[in-house]
Design a protein around this ligand. Sequence first.
Ligand code: BT5
Length: 253
Amino acid sequence: MVEIAERLTTRTFGRRIFSFDSIDSTNSFAKNIAHEVEEGTLVIAEEQTAGRGRLGRSWQSERENNLTFSIIIKPDILAEHLGVLSLYAGLAVTEALQAQTQLVPHCKWPNDVLIGGKKCCGILSESTLAREKATSVVIGIGINVNQSSFPDDILATSLSLEAGRVFDRVNVLAAVLAKLEEWYRCIRMQEYTRIIDAWKSHAPMLGRHMRIKHNDDVLEGIARRIETDGSLILQSNGRELKLTAGDVSILNK
Ligand code: BT5
């Protein structure tokens, strides 16, 4: 993907690029260089040998068919608002994929983008904190673009499986970076409600019954709303519970 730089429409996002044929994890590399590079730096790889999800889970992605990359931002955001960053990234990816494919992707709390109920993008945002604020944040994004099959044990899909055609990965990347840069203004201005409102417009899960697994707990209830810190309010057994992380399954009730 050598021609990335020429195809970008952004001012800062992706203007410095570290591109690898193979690397352990773009997030790990980005975390190591975050303190010494400018905001918007892109780390991208054709293949990750140890691509990571949350809680030590792995991200599996066929080389040369997909996008696996990380963006470094320095948002000067209070630690208590960090949860908004996964929603911000999910919103940007959703809008970019919709424009590129004419499909209708959905945001799933806290960090996925789904098409037809299957995961086509995962987001891993990792922060370095100092004095209650994030000094740098690495937003790792994996998008299944042209992969044509997935292991049976994961409910995954790709843009090409859903649309029935192959996509130019650099076009998809450029569209995602443009949306990340566009919505980043709201992060900078601390307009978190604007991000959450836009995110909600792509998230049919609100109002639905769901099961949420977090550590060893399993909770069931109705997803009521998203708070300005990005947490999910679940109504369960007459109580409102505030959740900052977890794995959601929608129940057909
Ligand atoms: C995520 O974690 O979804 C975050 C994935 C972030 C990946 C990017 S790639 C670039 C950057 N560098 C990294 O090392 N990571 C980031 P989580 O919500 O924990 O979901 C992980 C789960 O998703 C796995 O346990 C599988 O069940 C499933 N999964 C793995 N690979 C997948 C794929 N290609 N498509 C859909 N689902 C997948």
